[in-house]
Design a protein around this ligand. Structure first.
Ligand code: TXA
Ligand code: MG
Length: 337
């Protein structure tokens, strides 16, 4: 069903209470509100209302097998949704919440099956963004919120990205400007004694280990021997722009020339080098520092898509723990359809 989408600009530091109240009304009425978090824009609905959550799946074209992260305002609100809260969760929440770390924990039955894709666990986090937190408090309910984009497409880091992807499919967009983190949260499974990263994200394994002290299992990109997919976001072909993406371990000069010679318009994402321009090449140089790179990656990919390039050649950063999320997203964007 087509809906008219209202876009409200809102202050990112001191969100206007009247605007937050309007958005909270939409949430309590079972509607969908896109809002900024510190990672990417989320598409929020009342997590305790199965009908509202069903609208998220419909608006995104998301497969029902992919569970949704639930956002809450604080630790007590998180505890109300889970049936166990291990000590390691307290330790990690103390250090990283509000922030881009999602815990996967055994869920309570008040959470509708749709949210968890029928599974026994729920993903949960406290976002570090004043608008998101104000909305959570005003709505008085937890918010189920995946990234606010059509399924498998690039996550949005601005309200304009959301509008282009979901205009007419959702009720409201809160425009709080570009997100600061630029890449999604780390998803960490805390159901077993040894924590395991299901999706690398803005909090690196090194940061997690520095707090837990013990072993943390790194996420496995490959899924050998058809083992059940523990987090459907681990599926290939995700976080992808329209253009075909090719990852290169070297600078990419040869790859770019090859596509230009074949008549393609090429986007080129380079690392800490000079901007290299020529006809039919748009070059975007990103910083050689993981957090700064992450903050700009999606906006660069959106920009190249907007420019209508056919191919995007991306220089992969080195394989190191702090670059894990960036490499993961680039390789998923490059996975074949
Ligand atoms: O930064 C973020 O995490 C953003 C903002 C909006 O919070 N959200 C986000 O949501 O990226 P989404 O739906 O695009 O990705 C959620 C990821 C998916 O890979 C999903 O499979 C995984 O989290 N996930 C959610 N609940 C899970 C669960 N119970 N068990 C395993 N994986 C889960
Ligand atoms: Mg997503």
């Amino acid at each position: 069903m087509r809906r008219s989408t209202e876009c409200l600009t809102i202050d990112s530091i001191q969100p206007e209470p009247d605007r937050i109240a309007r958005a909270a009304d939409v949430i309590r009425g079972g509607g969908l509100v896109a809002f900024p978090t510190e990672t990417v824009y989320g598409l929020g609905a009342n997590a305790l209302d199965a009908t509202a959550v069903a609208r998220i799946f419909e608006a995104k074209g998301r497969p029902a097998s992919n569970p949704i992260i639930v956002h809450v305002a604080d630790v007590p609100a998180a505890k109300q949704l889970v049936s166990s809260w291990p000590n390691v969760a307290s330790v990690l929440a103390d250090k990283f919440w509000p922030g881009p770390l999602t815990f996967v924990l055994p869920r309570k039955s008040i959470i509708p099956d749709l949210v968890t894709a029928g599974g026994p666990t729920v993903g949960i986090r406290v976002p570090a963004n004043a608008i998101a937190l104000a909305l959570l408090r005003a709505a008085g309910v937890p918010l189920a919120a995946p990234s606010a984009n059509r399924s498998t497409c690039l996550s949005p880091t601005t309200a304009e990205h959301v509008r282009r992807s979901l205009d007419g499919r959702i009720d409201m967009i809160l425009d709080g400007g570009p997100t600061t983190g630029g890449l999604e949260s780390t998803v960490l499974d805390l159901c077993e004694p040894t924590p395991r990263i299901l999706r690398p994200g803005l909090i690196s394994i090194l940061q997690i280990v520095s707090v837990t002290g013990g072993t943390v299992i790194q996420h496995a990109r490959e899924n050998p021997s058809g083992e059940t997919i523990r987090s459907p976001g681990l599926m290939e072909r995700h976080y992808a722009p329209r253009a075909r993406v090719i990852c290169v371990e070297d600078g990419g000069d040869e790859e770019v020339l090859k596509h230009v010679a074949a008549g393609a318009r090429v986007g080129w994402i380079t690392l800490d080098g000079a901007i290299k321009t020529s006809d039919n090449v748009i070059c975007i140089n990103l910083p050689f520092e993981a957090a700064a790179y992450a903050a700009r990656l999606y906006s660069a990919l959106h920009q190249l898509d907007d420019a209508g390039v056919d191919v995007i050649v991306a220089e992969l950063p080195l394989e190191a723990p702090e670059w894990s999320a960036v490499r993961d997203r680039l390789m998923r964007a490059a996975a074949l359809r």
